[in-house]
Design a protein around this ligand. Structure first.
Ligand code: 7TS
Length: 412
């Protein structure tokens, strides 16, 4: 157990057998959690239990197995809704991931509501999931896309935001925690500005919901998205929160079975929320296991998760700064960050750095992290990124730093 840390990391690590893996006798140091987190036994067991004990399609069978599967899948929506402060399952659509949630709103709301006189406001630190999606909505509808700039030290320029968001703005889409800079953005302030101009706001919570308490009602967002696989859950499942009255007014995104109420050869009407947005057989096992992941995190306590991540980010910032020849991106105050640090070792390409790290069994990501325009703005093609989760320790960050030293020697 790490001192001054509310998390019992040693105990938590027992739930993640993959962390015991060794490469050439070296235990893996998994620091690529912003890409995907590892999955605890409890979540894997929820998946096996479903397939071994009550595998059936949902919403359509009156037999016992289908009833059990339907109840578990539906209740999973309540659990995930409650986790982010949504009013109930009506406000929680299960999607494949954050990307699909962005596309759902872009297609269903954006293509129907926007025109050439309208504006969409994004941030310069958007992930491609939001940036490319709204950019394409702009191209299809004629709406203009504008970007809130970032300051030198990696924060959103909120004065510029107040000027950019106007009565012509219909949608503000902003990343809550940047997956490249780590910056925690003031989403509720942006929501206030958006709402003052009768615009809607979409919060990208892919890097926020896993790492800190999130309450969509406190943030006052209209839409908010996140991915199960970044928060100890399985792949193939994510959540889209939407305010009930807005979701009610929206057209379905995908058509087909399950999302209808009544179909004739001429007409169809739609099912209740959230099923109106979940056409076809959904990711049943993944949805049920998503709720298990949420319960796992709730047991740990999201305040504790946030404190642990901030502590690791602070330690990483300190250790990397001491090296002297490291460029670090994003805010230097760890309290303004999620649990990740993107950086470059001067004179060494990020991919080479990640590859040398791999020789020491240290797993980090190198690349543009799906934020190409942001990397262009930073003047680099790529960066190395270490990202932390509930099972990571300061000792693992020490290993990261040792591996950087090895890379420096190799390239000297
Ligand atoms: N938004 C943010 C802020 C993200 O970090 C990611 C994934 C997404 C959206 C898309 O999530 P998905 O589950 O739909 O893929 N980010 C990363 C990353 O930083 N490295 O790999 C995936």
């Amino acid at each position: 157990m790490q001192k001054s840390d509310a998390l019992d990391v040693e105990r938590i690590r027992e739930d993640f057998p993959i962390l015991q893996r060794e490469f050439d006798g070296q235990q893996v140091v998994y620091l690529d959690n912003a890409a995907t987190t590892q999955t605890p036994k409890q979540v894997v067991e929820a998946i096996s239990e479903y397939y071994y004990e009550y595998n059936a399609n949902v919403h359509r069978g009156i037999h016992q197995l289908s009833q059990e599967a339907s109840i578990a899948y539906e209740e999973a929506h309540d659990t995930v809704a409650d986790f982010v402060g949504a009013d109930g399952r009506e406000e929680m659509v299960f999607t494949k991931n954050t990307t699909e949630a962005e596309n759902l709103v872009a297609y269903s709301w954006g293509l129907n509501e926007l025109g050439p006189e309208d504006e969409i406001v994004l941030t310069e630190m958007e992930h491609h999931a939001s940036l490319v999606t709204w950019q394409q909505v702009g191209k299809k509808t004629g709406a203009e896309v504008k970007y809130i700039p970032i300051t030198e030290d990696g924060y959103l320029d909120m004065e510029a935001a107040a000027e950019l968001i106007t009565d012509d703005t219909e949608m503000v889409s902003a990343v809550h925690v940047s997956n490249s800079l780590g910056t925690v953005n003031p989403i509720s302030e942006l929501a206030d500005i958006a709402h003052d101009h009768d615009a809607l706001i979409f919060g990208d919570g892919a890097q926020a919901v896993p790492n800190r308490p999130v309450d969509v009602k406190d943030l006052d967002v209209d839409f908010y998205a996140f991915s199960g696989h970044k928060m100890a859950g399985p792949t193939g499942i994510g959540g889209l929160y939407g305010k009930e009255e807005i979701l009610e007014d929206m057209e379905p995104y995908l058509y087909g079975g399950d999302m209808i109420r009544k179909v004739t050869y001429e007409e169809s009407t739609w099912n209740d929320l959230p099923w109106k947005f979940e056409a076809g057989t959904p990711s049943i096992a993944q949805g049920i296991a998503f709720a298990e992941a949420v319960e796992y995190l709730e047991d740990i306590g999201m305040e504790n998760v946030q404190r642990h991540e901030e502590r690791l980010a602070g330690y990483a910032l300190e250790q990397l700064s001491e090296l002297g020849d490291i460029d670090i991106y994003g805010p230097m105050n760890h309290r303004d960050r999620g649990g990740l640090v993107a950086f470059n070792l001067e004179g060494v390409h990020a991919h080479d750095l990640a590859s040398i790290m791999n020789d020491s069994a240290v797993a980090i990501r190198a690349g543009d992290h799906c934020t190409q325009p942001l990397h262009d703005k930073l003047g680099v093609a790529a960066s190395a990124r270490a990202s932390f989760y509930i099972y990571n320790t300061t000792e693992e960050i020490d290993k990261l730093v040792e591996a950087i030293d090895d890379a420096r020697e190799l390239f000297a």
